[in-house]
Design a protein around this ligand. Structure first.
Ligand code: HAM
Length: 421
């Protein structure tokens, strides 16, 4: 029996890769324009990086990590996200040394052991950016604008951008207490998960999908009423910058992110036609993470986009049409001698920069012409015993069916001139 790919993983097949390349090209163009440089970090890291970075009580760390002990008895984890890893690399390689603001981007696979469904996978890809070393709210706005522009550049419309401030270690404890006070006599009605969140991370109760928990959180205090002056001012500035840039957004005081490292700005972009998994991008500021991981206190902000969700949206809205892969020339070789002359010509045509193909199975003329059509070849180069004897080939324009006999030594030049114009 065939061994199937693991649950929650997907092969990206040749017919689908074009759309990925198109999206990756857009990412690279846009990041270049915004001054972000690509970084590639390993797919696995020491487990403690994510435990310290993302937070021990988050769903990601508690339930979703692919963690194993390697042969050297180290605990290793396949990265569930890349912010902690980018920060690790930033510190380890002293990327802060020559710049006060370091702007990085990445594209790569992440791994989370979650229940797979449409738009949610165990191996998925993110495009993310991290801007490290600057506390100005202008950077928050800059990266939000980058996320929006990226999705718009693919033709996605009606994106819903929600922003919030989740405070900082000065004001969040005040809010936590207020929330605990609010939920104190509602504990029995909350789901099991939220009951355990009450002590550890009560803000996550606001994010619960259970209808009963949602009903019980109606009227809960809002973080934006508890922000300290610094967080409040920062949030106001981010909004000002976004408004000035013409970016529409909604303030959602209940927006809580699933990872613990956020401070001040948090945001999400939804694309509702995707249904249940409509969050295409999420991010925010994480001014405490770099210190948590062992560096000097350094402000930072970033986001990540789920690329499978972007692909689903492109497919759903028919926003990408792959250009067909057309061969410039297909060599139709009839007979053994023609096969070897044809093979040499094939190599030379490719070396000359042309897209060339041929049949190796010694099929009939009709079958090889069919293949030439399938390859959408511009020209068929027909070689049989007669042509070999005369040291020529017949060039057939596959569209007009016009045929000309061309001396062998002129074929490469003739095809190059014709195809490259
Ligand atoms: P996140 O919200 O966990 O944030 O993930 C970002 C995006 O990745 C989500 O909005 C979603 O589109 C996609 N995503 C997450 N899990 C899955 C999954 N199982 N299958 C498919 N797509 C998924 C982060 O990862 C943060 N590191 C973002 C960040 C960067 N914050 C600051 N800097």
């Amino acid at each position: 029996m065939l061994t199937q790919g693991p649950r929650g993983t997907k092969d990206i097949l040749p017919g689908e890769v074009d759309a990925w390349l198109y999206v990756e090209k857009k990412i690279r163009e846009l990041c270049e324009r915004f001054g972000f440089q690509e970084i590639r970090t390993p797919i696995f890291e020491h487990t403690e990086l994510f435990q310290r970075g993302i937070g021990d009580t988050t769903d990601v760390v508690e339930k979703e990590m692919y963690t194993f002990t390697d042969r050297g008895d180290r605990s290793i984890t396949l990265r569930p996200e890349n912010t902690a890893a980018a920060v690790r690399s930033y510190l380890q390689n002293k990327l802060y040394a020559d710049n006060s603001l370091t702007k990085l981007f990445y594209i790569g696979s992440m791994f989370r052991y979650d229940r797979p469904q449409k738009g949610r996978y165990r191996e998925f890809h993110q495009f993310g950016v991290e801007a490290l070393g600057e506390q100005s709210p202008a950077v928050d706005a800059e990266i939000i604008i980058l996320a929006v522009r990226f999705l718009q550049s693919l033709g996605l419309k009606d994106l819903e951008l929600s922003i919030n401030s989740v405070g900082d270690p000065k004001c969040r404890p005040v809010y936590r207490e207020k929330l605990q006070e609010f939920f104190k006599d509602k504990l029995d009605g909350l789901c099991d998960v939220c009951r355990s969140r009450y002590d550890r991370n009560p803000m996550r109760i606001l994010d619960c999908k259970s209808g009963e928990c949602q009903r019980l959180s109606v009227g809960a205090p809002e973080i934006t009423d508890c922000l300290c002056d610094e967080c409040n001012e920062h949030f106001e500035k981010v909004k000002e910058y976004l408004t000035a840039a013409g970016i529409s957004f909604t303030c959602d005081p209940r927006l809580v992110r699933g990872l613990d490292y956020y401070t001040k700005t948090a945001f999400e972009i939804k694309y509702s036609p995707l249904g249940a998994q409509s969050a295409v991008a999420g991010g925010g500021r994480y001014d405490g993470l770099i210190e948590e991981i062992g560096g000097n206190p350094t402000p930072a902000v970033g986001f990540a986009v789920g690329l499978e969700r972007v692909m689903l949206a492109l497919e759903q809205q028919k926003l990408f049409n792959a250009e067909p892969h057309k061969a410039d020339a297909f060599i139709v070789a009839l007979g053994e001698k023609a096969q070897s002359v044809g093979f040499k010509l094939l190599v030379e045509l490719r070396d000359a920069g042309l897209k060339a193909a041929m049949d190796y199975a010694g099929r009939s003329m009709k079958a090889q012409m069919k293949q030439a059509n399938k390859a959408m070849a511009h020209y068929a180069v027909i070689l049989g015993d007669d042509e070999i004897a005369k040291n020529v080939a017949v060039l057939r324009d596959m569209e007009s069916s016009a045929q000309t006999e061309v001396p062998m030594e002129e074929i490469i030049k003739k095809l190059t001139d014709e195809v490259k114009g």
